[in-house]
Design a protein. Structure first.
Length: 256
């Protein structure tokens, strides 16, 4: 099988033949590749998806970094033997169309979450609209919108609920919201369009962040979900999430 290599470092890229299953072959022409093999941690996978999802190839992660939620353990088995046991995860990709103070447009994508976060000492004031269904207001450190798979990341740290991956929903969670402006998390169908408008943005500047990529001085953001990517994994989503939830609770994970 021909694969395209995306690695966290030049050293990893150069050692691809010692890391990948032994019967795959590398190509530098991504259009000819059957899949994209990503070597590193979750951050590397997020960058790969941001850069390469336009090619509509499946991604297969090999864990060589700190965090490995999306990644597989290293295996030197034959890919021919591994392939029938590989599960296909269909994961949504968030798309944000933003405008900054100068009217410049920014387009960002994310697998985990998109968020607005205050830049300075002043709280962020954000008006929220979910088409014609919800209109509310949040004041605090910020606001995030997460996919179901991404709900295990910043959303969970911010007190938001865990969502079962595969559900066609987002979750919107405030970050350290202030007083009466503290809103509960909203679970929203992923067919909806979400609009965030920053109030008093000249005095209360905010960053827009999409899976770690940051843009300052944002005034308005429109978020939709119109794309999915395929992630190949050695475990099913159900097995993988069950292990992660047990790990969060400090319970021993079940062996296969």
């Amino acid at each position: 099988m021909l694969v395209y290599i995306y690695a966290a470092s030049r050293a990893l890229e150069e050692s691809w033949s010692e890391i990948c299953p032994r019967d795959v072959q590398r190509t530098d022409e991504i259009q000819k590749a059957e899949a994209i093999f990503v070597m590193g941690g979750d951050g590397t996978m997020l960058r790969a998806v941001r850069s390469l999802s336009v090619y509509a190839k499946p991604f297969y992660g090999i864990h060589r970094g700190r965090r490995g939620f999306f990644m597989n353990p290293l295996s030197r088995n034959s890919w021919h033997e591994m392939r029938p046991k590989i599960h296909q995860w269909k994961l949504p990709v968030l798309a944000a169309q933003a405008q900054d103070h100068q009217g410049i447009k920014h387009n960002l994508t994310a697998m985990n979450e998109i968020l607005l976060r205050r830049q300075g000492g002043q709280t962020a004031c954000i008006a929220v609209k979910v088409e014609t269904d919800i209109s509310t207001f949040v004041e605090g450190d910020g606001l995030l919108l997460s996919t179901a798979m991404g709900s295990f990341a910043y959303n969970l740290s911010s007190g938001g609920p865990l969502l079962w991956p595969g559900l066609s929903v987002f979750v919107m969670t405030s970050i350290c919201a202030y007083g009466w402006h503290r809103s509960p998390s909203f679970v929203i169908p992923d067919t909806k369009t979400i609009v965030w408008e920053v109030q008093s943005f000249q005095d209360r500047s905010v960053f827009l962040e999409a899976d770690g990529l940051s843009v300052p001085n944002i005034e308005r953001v429109t978020i939709t979900c119109t794309q999915t990517i395929t992630l190949w994994h050695q475990s099913s989503v159900e097995e993988h999430i069950a292990q992660k939830v047990q790990g969060l609770q400090g319970l021993p994970t079940a062996s296969k």
